[in-house]
Design a protein around this ligand. Structure first.
Ligand code: PLP
Length: 383
């Protein structure tokens, strides 16, 4: 074959989430790898989708999202974070947070720019930065607490820095940013042209009575931020691939210019169903911390006698565990071994670092039925 193409993403392969999920399926392993739940979302939400699927509204919705959904999202962020979002000019419904993140990066980052990312970084950020013609400036975060060293961020900011991407609660570490983190970030970007892209898909999964520190709580940050969230995580329907972006009008306008040519719109019946459900059950999100904290604690206590070491996650539905007392395998080999030989799928974290540290850690997802968690923990405790 004489035809070849110069890849724009030569270092990118199939995402590890797909690889591990496929292995888990082939080996009939309990899948604590990929971040999705093994229980259905609320019955009413499914009932509304069925209603709209059988109805007549199957054509393109407005490019920015169904008005009723934008309105209920605006009400939610006002209620949760005191940010009075204008549903018309500041809320955009997107087909998944991944699309929102991608469009935000393409809209705000130019060739030659630098974008600061924290490692381990969610795997969609860097390819999107590369496709924008910019370079990623990696700031590594390390065990045990994975907190951000803001002096390193200050040192990394240059005239070319056009964006900083933050993620709280943090996948895969479970770290949550505190008020002080947000205040330092606010000071660092003051008087710059830096846009903050705030990945808050786990916004409602913050434990131990802590508050989720959305950029929307901080007026000075909010005026230069695009906040991205996912209905998939909040309503246990990751396969519905629907999310939202909140940004001030000027940033939303730029975001929408890209969104309209990437996907144009999200799926109509799904948006209608979500709008109905959120109107009918406005307190759903408020119950999530308790729901997931119970799962985190159940998994932690079931793993208490195992040789895995860990500090319970402060947020998200992920638990990082150190396996150095069990094996000195690297984490990719360990995750594959756990999936194919032990029967419990896990995700390695070194792949999310530019320069992987010498750690022996894998990630488990605890968004699973209690029986699934107990069964997995009993298998893992036998190692
Ligand atoms: C940190 C983070 N950002 C974004 C996403 C993507 O969300 P969505 O499925 O809505 O595209 C995920 C999903 O796992 C995630 O963990």
């Amino acid at each position: 074959m004489s035809f070849t193409i110069d890849s724009r993403l030569p270092d990118v392969g199939t995402t590890i989430f797909t690889v591990i999920s496929q292995l888990a399926h082939e080996h009939d392993a309990i899948n604590l790898g990929q971040g999705f739940s093994d229980y259905a979302g609320p019955e009413l939400l499914h009932e509304r989708l069925e209603h709209y699927a059988k109805g007549l509204q199957h054509q393109y919705p407005p490019m920015t999202g169904i008005p009723a959904l934008r309105e209920v999202v605006a009400e939610k962020v006002t209620h949760c974070y005191g940010y009075a979002a204008d549903p018309e000019h500041e809320v955009t419904i997107v087909p998944g947070a991944t699309e929102g993140l991608f469009c935000a990066i393409q809209a705000c980052v130019k060739p030659g720019d630098q974008v600061i990312v924290f490692d381990p970084a969610y795997d969609s950020y860097v390819p999107a930065i590369t496709l924008a013609g910019a370079s990623s400036v990696h700031i590594p975060l390390y065990a045990p607490d994975f907190r951000i060293n803001w002096q390193r961020v200050k040192d990394a900011i240059t005239i070319k820095t056009s964006m900083i991407i933050i993620n709280t609660p943090y996948n895969p570490t479970g770290m949550v940013m505190g008020e002080q983190d947000m205040q330092v970030l606010q000071e660092l970007v003051r008087d710059t042209k830096i846009v903050v892209l705030s990945d808050e898909v786990y916004e409602h999964l913050v434990f131990d009575e802590q508050l989720h520190q959305s950029v929307l709580r901080y007026p000075e940050l909010a005026e230069r931020s695009i906040m991205v969230s996912s209905f998939g995580k909040t309503f246990h329907v990751t396969g519905w691939k629907t999310g939202y972006c909140i940004a001030p009008p000027q940033l939303s306008e730029e975001l929408r210019k890209v969104h309209q040519f990437v996907t144009f719109v999200g799926v109509t019946p799904i948006q209608l169903a979500l709008a109905d459900f959120m109107q009918a059950c406005p307190k759903h999100a408020e119950q999530l911390p308790e729901f997931y904290q119970a799962k985190r604690d159940l998994f932690a206590s079931a793993m208490a006698d195992s040789k895995f070491q860990f500090t319970p996650a402060a947020g998200s539905f992920f638990q990082l565990v150190d396996y150095s007392e069990i094996s000195d395998k690297d984490d990719l080999t360990m995750a594959r071994w756990l999936t194919t030989e032990v029967g419990v799928a896990a995700i390695p974290i070194s792949l999310f670092y530019e320069k992987p540290p010498e750690s022996r850690m894998v990630r488990f997802c605890f968004a699973k039925q209690d029986e699934t968690l107990t069964k997995a923990a009993s298998i893992l405790s036998a190692l």
